[in-house]
Design a protein around this ligand. Sequence first.
Ligand SMILES: [Zn+2]
Length: 267
Amino acid sequence: MNKILSIIIKLAFFALLTILTQVGGLVFLLSLLISRHLKQQFRFKLLTLFVVFYLISTYILIPIISPFFGRERVDNTAIIHPTNYLTILLNRNYVAPELNELFKFTEKKLENTDIQIHYLDANFPFLIGFPLLPHLSHNDGRKIDLSLIYETKEGQISTQQKSNSGYGVFEKPKPNEVDQVSLCLNKGYIQYDYPKYMTFGSINNNLLFSEKGTKTLIIALLESKNMEKLFIEPHLKERLNLESKRIRYHGCKAVRHDNHIHVQVKR
Ligand SMILES: [Zn+2]
């Protein structure tokens, strides 16, 4: 009985690590195998082996191997950062080279502004079609989520976010705006609201949504012909007075996009 329970626990770890980090599950299996064959005994043997192998994979091996599979890490610069460092630690920061080019282009367009690009979930390093949950479409290196831009009460652009994960704090529709969120929820698409469970705590409650900053970021992205499409909630598109056929509505089957922007680059 104990043996069966042990196998179930290991399988659960494998599944969880695969869902969270893609390679973590395999690293866990490798650690189990080596732990069994390693005669030396020490405390937390399996955990120690896993942590060492995982860090070597994440910081050394995968960045070298992934370009052979058409993916690379998002290039961080003075103005391009992950909103949350876990994105990097969990290998959720891989993109096709075209996306890094789009970012470089956008970065240039944002010169002389205070606006920074804070990215959220991108893609995993390997395999076309392997989704980065909970984002089913982030499976080919061409998708990435970006944080909205916020400002202080005085109108100063901020580099801070309003939730620890970067997701889930909504810039809700105002009474006079189109309310696609209620429309989807009333139709029974309850998952539309799910990003609210992904905040890991809201922070910087004094910050305000920056219409000017977010609009500047979106326009800079749209200036590239390689920017294929962008998702943002209809009431924000309306509020920012954005006109482009490449700003699309994602549909009720997705989740609401008034807490982040979804960007897709052309092949
Ligand atoms: Zn997305």
